[in-house]
Design a protein around this ligand. Structure first.
Ligand code: 2AM
Ligand code: CA
Ligand code: CA
Ligand code: CA
Length: 270
């Protein structure tokens, strides 16, 4: 099957899922906790992931699926065609605000990003990328990110990474916050990545993200020239949870060299 056909399928399925999520506000929301009291999931997260799994398996049963809610496959390697899916990124926003959440989807072949989608469901804004053909916001092509300085930057960062936390050099991150033009925190990794690839934020960093938080975004990042890595500067690994940095290419290395230093992980610490 050619990539264009898979892309057409993905667009249609994502828009359909978005409509289902918008319709869900008139139905009952069942909220459960996962690993901790602040780690929430709803029946809609699960239903939408199941919807994607059913559609993809119907399109081509050989495609593997890595989804946050576990409706897909057990994935141990990136071999072959693989979809990485977060049905609702920003579940807490979905529950509390009814906005500021995204559908995030990436399609990979042998670990190489081919298609990426970040869909802001309530604004009905779809950003997508086709490897080698560029990235788009709706029908509008997204240009390459333009050169800039750290002093001009607005960065996305969660406040829990700013207070002393034993995991990151606090003096350096404090210096970063004093140096940049401003900071923002949105509660949806996919939304912050969407803002970086459209040049509305200049960087976003997190101490802990999962493959489904970043899969779709990394494909779009390639097409606009945004630099991605973990907070040690290493390439993103789509099989494990890790730290994450996406930035305008002119400040990515500066951030790593001058402002971000991870502390050694202590054994048995939380
Ligand atoms: P979610 O809403 O799909 O769970 C919130 O700051 C961002 O971090 C959201 O993108 C959220 O995705 C993600 N997130 C929340 N809990 C997480 C966890 N335990 N590990 C990794 N990412 C998490
Ligand atoms: Ca979650
Ligand atoms: Ca997520
Ligand atoms: Ca999610």
């Amino acid at each position: 099957m050619n990539l264009q056909k898979i892309h057409d399928f993905a667009i249609k399925t994502i828009l359909d899922a978005g409509e289902q999520i918008r319709d869900s506000f008139s139905k009952e929301l069942i909220i459960e906790t996962k690993a901790s009291a602040n780690d929430l999931v709803t029946n809609i997260d699960r239903n939408i992931e199941q919807f994607f799994v059913d559609k993809i398996k119907n399109l081509d049963p050989s495609h593997k699926i890595l989804g946050e809610e576990g409706m897909g496959d057990k994935i141990r390697s990136l071999d072959g065609p693989l979809w990485i899916i977060d049905p609702i990124d920003g579940t807490m926003n979905f529950i509390k605000q009814g906005r500021n959440f995204m559908i995030s989807i990436g399609f990979f072949i042998d670990g190489a990003g081919k298609l990426g989608y970040l869909y802001d469901v309530m604004r009905d804004e779809l950003i997508y990328a086709i490897r080698g053909e560029g990235a788009f916001l709706g029908k509008q092509p997204l240009g390459k990110l333009q050169p800039m300085t750290i002093e001009e930057a607005i960065i996305g960062i969660n406040s829990s990474w700013v207070i002393p936390n034993g995991k990151i050099n606090h003096e350096k991150i404090t210096k970063l916050i004093k140096t940049v033009r401003g900071t923002r925190s949105y509660g949806s990794a996919a939304m912050e990545i969407a803002l970086v690839v459209t040049g509305k934020l200049d960087a976003y960093l997190s101490m802990r993200l999962a493959p489904w938080d970043i899969g779709g975004g990394t494909v779009i990042a390639q097409e606009v020239g945004a630099a991605v890595s973990n907070l040690k500067g290493e390439p993103v690994n789509l099989l494990t949870q890790d730290t994450f940095l996406i930035a305008n290419p002119s400040i990515h290395q500066v951030l790593l060299d001058q402002y971000i230093e991870l502390k050694e992980e202590k054994q048995h610490s939380k």
